[in-house]
Design a protein around this ligand. Structure first.
Ligand SMILES: [Zn+2]
Length: 370
């Protein structure tokens, strides 16, 4: 019992990680588990708020938990936010079984079905800057139970991926996050090196989840005991199976990630154009305020923006402009949209609107005076 108490925290963390991973791909199951060891009691409860059904090659449809609990860090009043995700069913890769695994009784048609999920969903905010913080690969056996031992194959995988082609910074395999989700390999990105102030304050960090579902078709395996024995064999030889199909695996994964990140890269290009336009609007507006001979107008602008001089006005106006353009909402029917309230309020939005109004007025005024 002493040993059990000693191991309890670690064991509990592993149990939680396992159940969380299992629950992700078995969203139709609500899990309630209470474990008591001596005076320690731990309760686990997992249930999906938002589910998505996908038809795979398997006759049993996949029900994914696509609930997204991540909300924007900087947000104004109540806004629409997608509380789910939109998984993409990718390709199915047939893999060969190494001869020594066949010698031990592993036969049949083995394949890996890819499913990807980019979260949180920002489809309703086409101007919002995004940054890919990490990519997680999760492997499940044919019964959709997470593979407990993460193959070493995935630790070396980043060296074989073309990150320039994917449009993301080089990712590194992170060992500290392995226990967060059982059977998961996490590749973490560094913070953006040349981030502007707008990226620091309003960029949404997204995660790419790649589910790898092992599937085996063997007409000679029908009994439950045989199915279980076969799955044990698959997990035992998974490292060799992956290494045996390294090139095909890398090409397939590169393709899946490229498709998933396509929208992210398009968004980056649009955002660059928007930033250029914002710079022109900002400099024009500030020069109008600075050059105005109307003291009341200038004082009113500074007061409304709660700043002391035009230097502070430029910074405040720039921040407000970026937030207003970034958070322009385009509702989407496919999104699991709900009203949420963020952590911080817009301080300068009312001032921004005022200056834009004055922009036209003061232009006329200047023209009149000239
Ligand atoms: Zn959505």
């Amino acid at each position: 019992m002493k040993d059990m108490r000693h191991l309890f925290p670690e064991w509990s963390a592993h149990m939680e990680a396992f159940l969380r991973s299992f629950s992700l791909v078995n969203a139709e199951i609500n899990i309630h588990l209470t474990v008591k060891v001596d005076q320690h009691t731990v309760q686990y409860a997992f249930g999906a708020k938002v589910k998505k059904k996908l038809k795979l090659f398997s006759p049993v449809p996949l029900k994914l938990d696509v609930t997204c609990n991540t909300q924007p860090a900087i947000y104004g009043k109540e806004r629409c936010w997608c509380l789910g995700g939109h998984p993409v069913c990718g390709s199915r890769l047939h893999v060969s079984i190494p001869p020594h695994a066949m010698d031990q009784g592993l036969f049949g048609d083995l394949s890996i079905q890819f499913v990807t999920l980019l979260s949180p969903c920002v489809l309703q905010y086409p101007n919002l800057a995004t940054h890919i913080s990490n990519i997680q690969l999760m492997v499940f056996n044919p019964s959709r139970v997470p593979v407990l031992k993460v193959p070493r194959f995935f630790q070396t995988l980043p060296a074989f991926l073309d990150f320039e082609d994917l449009g993301v910074d080089t990712l590194h395999c992170s060992s500290k996050d392995v226990q967060q989700l059982c059977g998961t390999s996490t590749y973490t990105s560094e913070p953006p090196s040349c981030s502007g102030p707008q990226q620091e304050t309003s960029a949404v960090w997204q995660r790419v989840l790649v589910f790898l579902f092992l599937q085996l078709t063997d007409p000679f395996t029908s009994q439950l005991t045989d199915v279980m024995a076969t799955e044990v064999l698959i997990e035992r030889h998974l490292e060799d199976i992956l290494n045996n199909n390294r090139h095909a695996m890398t090409v397939a994964l590169q393709s899946e990630l490229r498709n998933t990140l396509k929208a992210h890269n398009c968004r980056k290009k649009i955002k660059e154009k928007l930033n250029s336009a914002a710079e022109v609007i900002l400099s024009s507006s500030i020069s109008i305020v600075s050059c105005s001979s109307n003291l009341d107008f200038r004082r009113d602008c500074l007061n409304r923006m709660k700043v002391r001089d035009t230097q502070e006005l430029s910074a405040a106006f720039g921040e407000s402009l970026r937030r207003v353009t970034s958070w322009k909402c385009v509702p989407r029917h496919s999104c699991y949209s709900a009203k949420v309230r963020g952590m911080f309020a817009y301080r300068h939005v009312s001032g921004l609107v005022l200056i834009c109004c004055h922009f036209h007025f003061s232009t006329d005024e200047r023209t009149f005076r000239v």
